[in-house]
Design a protein around this ligand. Sequence first.
Ligand code: NAD
Length: 790
Amino acid sequence: MNILERYHAMEYGPAPEARNEADAWLAGRDFSKALFIGGAWKAAGGGKTFDTSEPSSGKLLAKVSDANAADIDAAVAAAAKALPKWSASSGYQRAKVLYAIGRAMQRHQRLFAVLETIDNGKPIRESRDIDVPLAIRHFIHHAGWAQALDRDFPGQKGVGVVGQIIPWNFPLLMLAWKIAPALAAGCTVVLKPAEFTPLTAILFAEICERAGVPKGVVNIMQGGPDAGAAIVNHPGIQKIAFTGSSEVGKIIRKATAGSGKKLSLELGGKSAFIVFEDADLDSAVEGLVDGIWFNQGQVCCAGSRLLVQEGIADALIAKVKTRMSRLRVGSPLDKNTDIGPLVDLTQLDRVKGLIAEGARQGAVCWQPDATLPSSGYYHLPTLATGVSPANILAQEEVFGPVLATMTFRNTEEAIELANNTRYGLAASVWSENVNLALHVAPQLKAGVVWVNGTNMFDAACGFGGYRESGFGREGGREGMFEYLAAKLPLGPIIKPATSSVQPVEQADGVAIDRTAKLFIGGKQVRPDGNYSLAVATAKGKLAGEVGLGSRKDIRDAVSAARACKSWPEATAYNRSQVLYYLAENLSGRSEEFAARLTELTGANAKAARDEVELSVERLFLYAGLADKFEGRVHQPPARAVTLALHEPVGVVGIVAPDNQPLLGFISLVAPALAMGNTVVAVPSERYPLLATDLYQVIEYSDVPAGAVNIVTGRTAELAGVLAKHDDVDGLWLVADADTCAKAEAESIGNLKRVWSGNGRSLDWASEEAAGDVFLRRAIEVKNVWVPYGD
Ligand code: NAD
């Protein structure tokens, strides 16, 4: 008998990845009672079920309870009931529960992996080696955060009951990303998996029962968009955490506007995979296989746009094609399979449709010569070349195994092409020159950048997007903040401005005409409409007039803010000095500002002096923090360091309050500037002269033109223009409730980060109205992964 004969004659036992255990689990469960509410298994109130089937065959796996609004009510009630005890439990108690979950999952690791593969279609190698171990790591890592809460997040408390909605592409991993930080923070949760992939969440709920999670702390609801919407709109929920498409993310942003719910959105992407000519091409090709064909390309951060430097394009494409020809497409339960089926027929049809449209628009789509299994939702890996930047394959998230290729000539062009997308989730940079890679990484508008790598994740490193890829981070410190809230010193409730009474009589001593203009691009300019707004003294007389800013003025101000590159690119030390100088110059004119405060607000002399003094102090504070609120370095369990860089949000619109009008204005503008943002500020409608008096102070203080722009006028109107402007990246609103709610709803165009007081101002004199809470709003955390070793 030769070796080959021996090999064929050998008897094999079942592989650990065999489906027997999973099938036994499926057969032994009653899926008509699949809602896990308050620690009990319930049928859906309406008795409805939905089908979940196996993507590799199309066969039905289970008919699962489909929750209706009343079921969601019950789950929220259970979570609310469990909240007081859970949030009051010690960090140690919560840590023990999180650790127990992680350990119990470890004991059933293989079942989780096989079940995930059966339900989702992803290759077993991925569910076994990536999804499940990372999910477990998330729980064990967050056990630590539960105990470190007081130490690392002083003054912060869990937000309360949390509604969580997740997609089907990483069902268990997304569940872990959601539930682990929420439990660590002391929140209770109502989570809804996606309707294509309900199974591992059900197994997870069983784990919660075994791991001693108190009843009601974790509630798992099954269903589709209606159940999701019932969670989003439920008044008993304090935070919504959503992962899914940008389209649904926008619906949720709109639905939660004005509700005061905290919101994090992890949405789609169109991530660039940039290969420079000095890259190690063989490594880049392997990276690409992981980047775009991992999970059949159904990955939010898939490197779906290959940008390759011209000189190496032909060589790289040839290597990619050779590699693609060797990818094995087939049963996801086979350990040798690289590419399994897509999750559902609808998804398969969508991918085919997008490829056809891409080809119609001029792309050349190539596929290896391979035979697909006769049943199931399989699709061959596809390479599109000749893709123009406007081609649908370069712009739309395909969410399938399709790579769109473009070439670039130099670094600037690579960055421009990479950023030519409405998304901003991730990017990969391939170059043997680490200087070049680290020069490019900060210029990419993406929440995660992998240097010479791709799809690296860890529980200690934040993950999340810029732009329409959503806001908020999951994982690490940043992720914990999404489930915590600081107690802010509340100020007055803000009423909508009334503009009926117009003072006409000049106040005593106001002899010369004093019409303040707008401050745009470092210049004082007349408002476009050539209208003015009269400003009254505390006694109702005319104190002066300011320009009545309009839509056009806001647009000009946003352009000026966007054009100002020197401020975001300045060193933090440089920004710090400018802010100190601003403080110094304000201090030099403190009597004048105090008199203005008294004249306009009626504050007594001491209160006015105090407000000016505190404003100077606050500028000093942010000048000092400009070069101290820095990022971190993470050391994930991989041969890589992760640089969590603090980057400015971009152009930030600020709508400032009436109460403490100078201090309130400075308390908002200064932290935004300190972190390198450029600002379009709308000062208090009632007391705008305090901001217009600042023009000269700003002009003397070496603030570059366009870094601060001030547009006076009607708060509600200007807030609306800022909210709808797609080149504004962040919007901070201290305005009446209606203006805040409308602006939140209108912010969906580019999903700008909105921070609103929901109709409530702060007591700006309080120490808690300054510091990290504000600085955190002024930054995006970008995680740059830098591997090391040969
Ligand atoms: P989807 O937006 O269609 O659905 C996501 C979830 O939202 C599902 O549970 C669904 O039932 C629910 N849902 C649908 N409509 C809803 C509504 N109106 N109100 C409330 N809930 C609703 O997305 P999908 O097709 O399941 O997942 C794919 C998308 O998820 C892709 O765009 C992908 O990029 C994104 N994704 C993002 C990340 C990330 O971290 N950024 C991670 C994974 C997936």
